[in-house]
Write a protein that binds this ligand. Structure first.
Ligand code: GDP
Ligand code: CA
Length: 321
């Protein structure tokens, strides 16, 4: 099978997105890959701008991420957080000592007038990451969950409340007044493949797709471009995190089919796990081509294999099967 030869844009959140993005980064040269990352989870802690999904992506591609927790830096210590606690600060959001340096640097550069895109590319360069990682927007978008316990910002809900409150509605505050970052918008020009990584469809790809003009651009029919999504839901459950819980609370079917329905107008091929094979005909009825494949990634080999399969599928799709 011929591998796709053109440019790839990967739309991603944190952990699930970074797994697949790492696979692409191992296979593609920097000029053929742009990784666009959700910033709806960004939050200010201790006066510092924290971008959890960007940081997960950065640390993963830099090879310094903590594979056990899925967030933060390997071998991290938490002395600064302990001291902040002694001063009476809220310490429910775990920030390690090395991780804090990222947020200090980001906040300083933002206060000097740099954009989040500029700061991110500086951090990438310093960490030896060659592939472009771009924030979805340079403006502020904040994901809020309306719950029985009130309106909770994403990190308050996810970390502070362990995703327990029942969600009635998800809002991407500020999204209508924001625009896609320049790097994101440019990456879509001439992209041969757009990949919706196996990220949370409501909390990670949702904000990205809600930026003005993005859904329209992705839904345009274009025979020179392939749009592929990978299900984050396997056997009715999220591999990790609250995706299935929130989907069902919001009236979506908590399954790969429920995800495929959300991506119906912007997806040509949909990758789903073997255990979900019985859902393939229903996915096909949406006008999306279902592809049953091993989409659970444990090792780096798994991530590379899935990225390679996606490049092969994209190549065949563009060459007429
Ligand atoms: P977050 O921002 O850190 O929550 O990360 P994402 O939104 O990018 O990823 C979270 C989603 O990734 C969850 O819904 C998981 O089910 C999914 N996920 C994690 N690991 C895997 C995997 O190996 N394969 C697939 N298909 N999905 C995964
Ligand atoms: Ca996230």
């Amino acid at each position: 099978m011929a591998l796709l030869g053109g440019k790839v844009v990967a739309l991603a959140g944190g952990v699930g997105g970074a797994k697949l993005a790492l696979g692409f980064a191992r296979l593609l040269p920097p000029e053929r890959l742009t990784i666009v990352v959700n910033t709806g989870d960004d939050e200010t802690f201790h006066g510092l701008h924290v971008s959890p999904d960007l940081d997960t992506m950065l640390y993963t591609l830099a090879g310094i991420s903590n594979g056990e927790t899925g967030w933060g830096i390997a071998g991290e210590t938490f002395h600064a957080l302990g001291m902040l606690g002694r001063y009476g600060a809220d310490t429910w959001f775990n920030l390690g000592d090395r991780d804090l340096a990222t947020h200090i640097r980001r906040t300083q550069r933002l206060s000097e007038g740099a954009s989040l895109s500029e700061v991110t590319s500086e951090l990438c360069r310093s960490l030896g990451i060659e592939h472009p990682i771009v924030p979805m927007s340079d403006q502020q978008v904040r994901t809020y969950l309306k719950t029985g316990d009130g309106d909770l910002a994403m990190q308050e809900y996810f970390v502070g409340r362990r995703s327990e409150p029942v969600v009635n509605c998800v809002e991407y505050r500020g999204v209508a007044e924001s625009s896609p970052s320049g790097g994101f918008a440019r990456s879509l020009d001439g992209a041969e493949m757009i990949v919706l990584c196996p990220s949370n469809p409501l909390l990670s790809t949702g904000p990205i797709l809600s930026l003005p003009g993005i859904r329209e651009r992705l839904s345009e029919k274009n025979p020179g471009r392939c749009r592929i999504a990978v299900s984050p839901i396997i056997g009715g459950e999220a591999v990790k995190g609250p995706a299935a819980k929130i989907m069902s609370e919001l009236g979506h079917e908590a399954s790969c089919l429920g995800v495929a329905k959300m991506y119906g107008d912007i997806c040509d091929l949909f990758l789903m796990d073997e255990v979900d094979r019985d859902r393939a005909p229903a996915v096909a009825e949406l006008g999306i081509e279902p592809v049953v494949a091993p989409i659970l990634m444990h090792t780096e080999e798994d991530k590379i294999a899935l990225a390679k399969l996606i490049l092969e599928l994209g190549g065949s799709f563009l060459n007429g099967g």
